[in-house]
Design a protein around this ligand. Structure first.
Ligand code: SAH
Ligand code: SF4
Length: 345
C-alpha cells in the first residue's frame, strides 16, 4: 500500500506502523511529518505545553542496563535535594507561568511516602499547578496516598513492549509488573504517561510498533519516545546510539495512531541534536520539558552524558517562544491536562 493511503486510514495496523518506520524517501518522510502535524492541529489545536522538571534525587535502587543512574554505577556522585530547595525550584517554575511541575528521581525509597506527600501538599497549597510524579515503581498504597495529596499524573515508561527484552534490560523486574503499575495508576485517577526508548540492543521495528500499540491499549494520556544515548559506566556503554531520524518517524507514527495523546520532544532528542526540540515539533510533538533542576545537581543527573541543560532558563524559554512562533504554535497558559476525558479541576 502506498504511504498516502496508510496516512489516511482510520485504523492503523502493526504492519502499517512498520511501513511508516521503513520510509526512506525524503518526500515520503515529509508527508509523514506533515500528516502528524495535521493530526496534532486537528486534535490539540495550535498550543504546545511546557512542563518544568525537577530532578530531585539521583539515587536509584534499580539497575537498568542502559541508565547512568543505575545502582551499580559506583562512580556517580549522588545527591538529594532538600524539601525547601525542591519547593523553591517549584516556585521558580510557577513564576514563569508554567502550570505543570514534574518531580523526577531514581527509585529512591529514602524519599518516603510521607516525604513525597508533604512535598505535593506544599506545592499544591500555593496554587492550581499540575504535579506529575516520575519516581519509578513504588507501592500501590503510596500511589493512592499521593493521589489523595493532589498529584495529577504519573510518568512510568514501559521502556519496551517485548517481555523478553524487558527482562534482559531489567534483570529484577518484569513487563507484566510494569503494566500492572500503569493500569493501577490509571484506575487510581492519575493521567498516565508511558513510552519506550528507541534503539536499545536487539530492538526491531516490530517491537517499536508494539510499543506504540501498547500505549494505545493502556489508554495513556502522554507517550514519550526517547532515543537511546549510550551512557558510560553502564553495561551498555559501547552500544550504538539511536538513529535520530528513526526516532522522529516513531514520534510521527505515534501521533498518527494515538491522536490527542501528549507527546514530548524529549530532552534526549535535544541532547542528540541541537535542533532536537525543533525537529520533534516538526514530527508532531506538542510538549517540551524545560529543566529547572539547579545546575550543580542536573549535571549529576547523568542518565546519559552531555544532557541538554536549560541552566540559562531565560535563554531556553526565549528559544522555546521563538520555536513556537516558527511553527505558528502558541505556548499554552493552561495546565495542559489530558484531552482524553473531561477531567475537571
Ligand atoms: N527512575 C524513573 C525516572 C527517571 S529515568 C524511571 O525509571 O521511571 C527516566 C527515563 O530515562 C526512563 O524512563 C528511561 O526511558 C530514560 N533513560 C534512561 N537511560 C536512558 C538512556 N541511556 N538513553 C535514553 N533514555 C534513557
Ligand atoms: Fe533507575 Fe529509572 Fe535509571 Fe532505571 S531508568 S536505573 S529506575 S533512574
Amino acid at each position: 500500500m502506498d504511504i498516502n493511503s496508510i496516512l489516511r486510514k482510520d485504523s492503523i495496523s502493526r504492519e502499517d506502523i512498520i511501513s511508516l518506520l521503513r520510509i526512506e524517501d525524503k518526500k515520503e518522510i515529509d508527508l509523514l511529518f506533515a500528516r502528524a502535524c495535521e493530526i496534532r492541529e486537528q486534535y490539540l489545536g495550535n498550543e504546545i505545553h511546557l512542563r518544568g522538571i525537577i530532578e530531585f534525587s539521583n539515587f536509584c535502587e534499580q539497575n537498568c542496563l542502559y541508565c547512568g543512574l543505575r545502582k551499580g554505577n559506583g562512580e556517580l556522585r549522588r545527591y538529594r535535594m532538600d524539601d525547601d530547595l525542591i519547593l523553591n525550584t517549584a516556585e521558580l517554575i510557577t513564576q514563569r507561568g508554567i502550570k505543570t511541575i514534574v518531580l523526577q528521581s531514581g527509585e529512591d525509597s529514602k524519599f518516603s511516602c510521607e516525604s513525597i506527600y508533604n512535598i505535593i501538599r506544599r506545592i499544591k497549597s500555593k496554587g492550581n499547578t499540575a504535579i506529575t510524579l516520575s519516581l519509578g515503581e513504588r507501592k500501590f498504597t503510596e500511589y493512592e496516598v499521593w493521589k489523595e495529596a493532589g498529584a495529577d499524573r504519573y510518568l512510568l515508561k514501559h521502556e519496551t513492549s517485548n517481555p523478553k527484552l524487558y527482562s534482559i534490560y531489567h534483570q529484577h523486574q518484569s513487563l507484566t509488573a510494569r503494566i500492572k503499575h500503569l493500569r493501577f495508576l490509571k484506575n487510581a485517577g492519575y493521567q498516565i504517561g508511558s513510552g519506550n526508548i528507541i534503539g536499545l540492543p536487539h530492538q526491531t521495528f516490530e517491537d517499536i510498533a508494539g510499543d506504540i500499540l501498547l500505549c494505545k491499549r493502556l489508554d495513556v494520556d502522554m507517550a514519550s519516545f526517547s532515543p537511546y544515548i549510550p551512557s558510560p559506566q553502564t553495561p551498555y556503554r559501547n552500544k550504538k546510539p539511536a538513529d535520530f531520524l528513526l526516532t522522529l518517524k516513531v514520534m510521527a507514527a505515534a501521533r498518527i495512531v494515538l491522536k490527542q495523546v501528549h507527546i514530548p520532544a524529549t530532552t534526549a532528542l535535544a541532547t542528540m541534536d541541537k535542533n532536537g526540540r525543533k525537529m520533534g515539533l516538526l514530527a508532531g510533538a506538542n510538549v517540551i520539558m524545560p529543566n529547572f533542576t539547579p545546575a550543580v545537581f542536573s549535571k549529576r543527573y547523568r542518565i546519559y552524558p552531555h544532557k541538554k541543560n536549560d541552566s540559562d532558563i531565560n535563554k531556553s524559554l526565549d528559544e522555546l517562544g521563538r520555536l513556537a512562533r516558527l511553527f505558528k504554535l502558541k505556548i499554552s497558559n493552561s495546565r495542559g491536562d489530558s484531552l482524553k476525558s473531561a477531567i475537571v479541576h
